[in-house]
Design a protein around this ligand. Structure first.
Ligand code: KG4
Ligand code: ZN
Length: 328
C-alpha cells in the first residue's frame, strides 16, 4: 500500500511516500528559513509559506518515489497539534487531493507520529514501551500500549524542552532554531553554573522549565551589565543549561522505567536529535533506547504516512484542525 504523508503543522513543509508503513520511497522536507531573523516561528509567515510550497513539495515527493499519483492508495495528513493556519494548509491540500483522486484520507496526530518514527526502522520494539516525546512545543512521557492506545504519565506544564532551548539560545544571541546551536556551544563549555531544576507539583513525570529559563535570563542580564557576553560565558551557560535540563529528563526516564518495569524506550521529536542527549540516555542502566532514523527526527511526512498505515482510522478522523490534542 502506498501512502502520501503530508506534514505542515509548524515551519516545515514536508511530504513523503511510504510503502506498507515501512519502506520510505521519498521524504522531501522544506524548512522555512524566513523565521530566522525573528528568532522564532511567525505563524502568519509560516502558513503563507506552506501555501507557496506545498504543491511543489508533494509533486517532488511523488516524483522521487518514482510512482504515479494514481498509484497512491491513501493520503495522510497531520491535523494537529500545531499552528492552526499552517495545519489548515496541509488539510486543505490533502482533502483536495484525496477528493480529486477519489482516495481515502487519514488524519494523523503529529506528536504520535514523532513517537512512531523509531518503529519505522526497528522491528524489535515490543508493546507496551515507554515513549518520550521532546519537540519544540511538546514534552510528554507516555506508555505506548499500541498505535491507538497511549497512557499519559506526564507532560510540560509550561515551556516544552525544545522551547526552552530556543529561548535560552535567543538570550545568548544564538540563531533559531536554538537547540542545535546550544548543543554546539555546550560541547565546548564547562558545567559551572549550578541551576536549580524546578519540580512540577503535578507529579514526577511533569516538566517545568520556565524557572530554569528565568535563572538563565537573570544570569545573562547581570553579565550584560558588565559588557558584551564573552564566548566563554556563552559556552558555559549553554553547557550548564543543557546538563540541567537533560539530567531532569534522565531522572524522569529512570523513574518511569522503575515504575512501569519497561526497559524499551522510544524517543521522538527534534530535541532527541541531540547527540549529547543520546549519550546521556545511553548510560541509563538497563535501557534499550530507540531513536528515529536519519531525517526522521525533525518534522517530516514519512512518519505521518508510516503511522497512517497502522492506525485505527475511525479514532483519528475528526475533520478539523486541532491546535491541542489529548493523548487519548
Ligand atoms: O519535533 P520538531 O522538529 O518540531 C516540533 O514539532 O516542534 O522539534 C523542533 C525543536 C526545536 O525547539 C529545536 O530547537 C529542538 O527541536 N532541537 C534541539 C536539537 N535539535 C533540534 N534541541 C536540543 N538539541 C538539539 N540538538
Ligand atoms: Zn514536530
Amino acid at each position: 500500500m502506498l501512502i502520501l504523508g503530508i506534514e505542515t503543522t509548524c515551519d516545515e513543509t514536508a511530504c513523503a511516500v511510504v510503502k506498507d508503513g515501512k519502506h520510505i520511497l521519498s521524504n522531501v522536507i522544506h524548512s522555512q528559513h524566513e523565521h530566522i531573523k525573528y528568532g522564532g516561528v511567525v505563524p502568519e509567515i509560516a502558513s503563507r509559506s506552506h501555501v507557496e510550497k506545498i504543491y511543489d513539495i508533494a509533486k517532488e515527493a511523488i516524483k522521487k518515489a518514482n510512482v504515479s499519483i494514481n498509484d497512491l492508495d491513501k493520503i495522510a495528513v497531520a491535523y494537529g497539534p500545531g499552528l492552526s493556519g499552517s495545519i489548515s494548509v496541509g488539510i486543505s491540500f490533502a482533502e483536495g487531493l484525496a477528493l480529486s483522486l477519489s482516495k481515502e484520507i487519514v488524519y494523523i496526530n503529529h506528536v504520535k507520529a514523532h513517537l512512531y518514527a523509531p518503529f519505522i526502522s526497528n522491528d524489535n520494539i515490543k508493546y507496551p514501551c515507554l515513549g518520550i516525546l521532546l519537540s519544540g512545543a511538546h514534552s510528554s512521557i507516555v506508555i505506548i500500549h499500541n498505535v491507538n492506545k497511549y497512557e499519559l504519565l506526564g507532560e510540560a506544564i509550561d515551556d516544552a524542552v525544545g522551547e526552552a532551548f530556543d529561548k535560552v539560545a535567543r538570550m545568548l544571541s544564538l540563531p533559531y532554531p536554538g537547540g542545535p546551536e546550544v548543543e554546539k556551544q555546550a560541547s565546548k563549555g564547562r558545567y559551572v553554573y549550578k541551576f536549580t531544576k524546578c519540580v512540577a507539583s503535578e507529579g514526577p513525570f511533569y516538566f517545568s522549565n520556565s524557572g530554569l529559563k528565568t535563572q538563565v535570563m537573570y544570569l545573562v542580564k547581570n553579565e550584560n551589565k558588565k559588557g558584551d557576553l564573552t564566548g566563554e560565558f556563552i559556552r558555559d551557560v549553554a553547557c550548564s543549561f543543557q546538563n540541567t535540563i537533560f539530567k531532569d529528563i534522565e531522572n524522569k526516564v529512570k523513574k518511569a522505567m522503575k515504575l512501569t518495569k519497561i526497559k524499551q524506550v522510544v524517543f521522538g521529536g527534534g530535541v532527541t536529535n541531540s547527540m549529547s542527549f543520546r549519550e546521556i540516555m545511553s548510560k541509563i542502566h538497563g535501557i534499550e533506547a530507540f531513536y528515529p532514523g536519519k531525517n526522521l527526527s525533525m518534522d517530516n511526512g514519512a512518519m505521518i504516512a508510516a503511522l497512517a498505515f497502522h492506525v485505527n482510522e475511525k479514532q483519528e478522523k475528526l475533520y478539523r484542525v486541532k491546535i491541542r490534542m489529548p493523548w487519548n
